[in-house]
Design a protein around this ligand. Sequence first.
Ligand SMILES: Cc1cc2nc3c(=O)[nH]c(=O)nc-3n(C[C@H](O)[C@H](O)[C@H](O)COP(=O)(O)O)c2cc1C
Length: 147
Amino acid sequence: MSNIGIIVGSVYGNAQNAAEEAQAFLTNQGHDVELHVDPDVSLFDEHDSFLVVTSTTGVGDIPPNLELFYVDAKDTCPLINNKKFAVIALGDSSYGDSYCGAGTLMFELLTELQGTPISDMVGIDAMETFEPEADVLAWLETHQSEF
Ligand SMILES: Cc1cc2nc3c(=O)[nH]c(=O)nc-3n(C[C@H](O)[C@H](O)[C@H](O)COP(=O)(O)O)c2cc1C
């Protein structure tokens, strides 16, 4: 069982709701899970592995609640030495090239920090589902043991 930090990026609450469901599910599976809605880079020292659940805003942009964290992490580069991570990105494919842009940026960041991805970024498309949390839970069913 792992100590997992969930890093949330959300504007209107969809990603936060999905992240809260993920926390409940992972806790139920026996993991120790903390949700970070107003994250600080010090969280990288506090957990064995990380799950990012973020939406995208603007044109491929990171939600405001994650902006400072993202910039700080780019500046200070706190290496996570092969700790496992996954990125689940809520987006909308009608935005074309900027689809899940924030998820892509977060995946690149955690790769730069030398984390080990559990899988490729998982994109959840608002054009295909009204229940992103169901897709998040389905993905976690298969992958929770890899954290
Ligand atoms: C103003 C605005 C801009 C958006 N820009 C993008 C975008 O560039 N790429 C994308 O994939 N989705 C984009 N979306 C879609 C959201 O990421 C998607 O609706 C998501 O479910 C919102 O989750 P949230 O409630 O956690 O913010 C945008 C939505 C809004 C309202």
